[in-house]
Design a protein around this ligand. Structure first.
Ligand SMILES: [Mg+2]
Ligand SMILES: [Zn+2]
Length: 189
């Protein structure tokens, strides 16, 4: 069976975002329902990966050890809820560095595609910012917006845009849709 991949942004999707940056594991706080959402995906056979801009590294707000601590905290919380994060990729660069991985650049998504040896075509990428949606669009992935984090601001910015974007209140609502689609496909095939 091929990998059924779902890619998630981190800040504002899985955990509460902070303009002051999440700087250590103790500051990491799950958004209501996000842990259950990941568990739901895993229970239905999806592989969950995370693709996250972490310019706080380049800005000197935290170091790699602190980011590892944050991710250990996240992974432990997800696993305690019965879920699993299979892989985390992040961009450590700042906005001015011209890297190919800071979203909206597609580098992080391409890293995941290479790792799993899958096409990104129609792979769900769930995020809360225009950068996430743009990264998804640039590789033919299925960009999904959630209203948590910066999502409501992003939704307002999309108003009147020609591109249709799927919008859900939060990660749990988005994943419930993905699971329901998967179940319908299972019935019809
Ligand atoms: Mg975000
Ligand atoms: Zn980068």
């Amino acid at each position: 069976m091929s990998t059924r991949l779902v890619i998630l942004d981190r800040d504002g999707v899985i955990n509460v975002d902070s303009d002051a940056f999440i700087r250590c594991g103790a500051q990491w706080q799950a958004i209501d329902g996000s842990l259950e959402a990941i568990a739901l995906l895993v229970r239905h056979g999806f592989t969950v990966a995370v693709a996250s801009n972490q310019s706080g590294l380049a800005r000197g707000h935290f170091d790699l050890a602190a980011l590892t601590d944050i991710h250990d905290t996240m992974v432990a919380a997800v696993e305690a809820a019965g879920g699993r994060i299979d892989r985390i990729v992040f961009c450590p660069h700042g906005p001015g560095e011209g890297c190919d991985c800071r979203k909206p650049a597609p580098g992080l998504l391409l890293q995941l595609a290479a790792h799993y040896a899958v096409s990104l075509q129609d792979i769900p990428f769930i995020g809360d910012s225009l950068r996430d949606l743009a990264a998804a669009r640039s590789v033919g992935a299925r960009g999904i917006l959630v209203r948590s984090g910066k999502g409501r601001v992003t939704e307002a910015a999309l108003e009147g845009s020609v591109a249709e974007v799927e919008v859900f209140d939060d990660l749990l609502e988005a994943t419930q849709r993905l699971v329901a689609e998967h179940q319908q496909q299972g019935v019809s095939s």
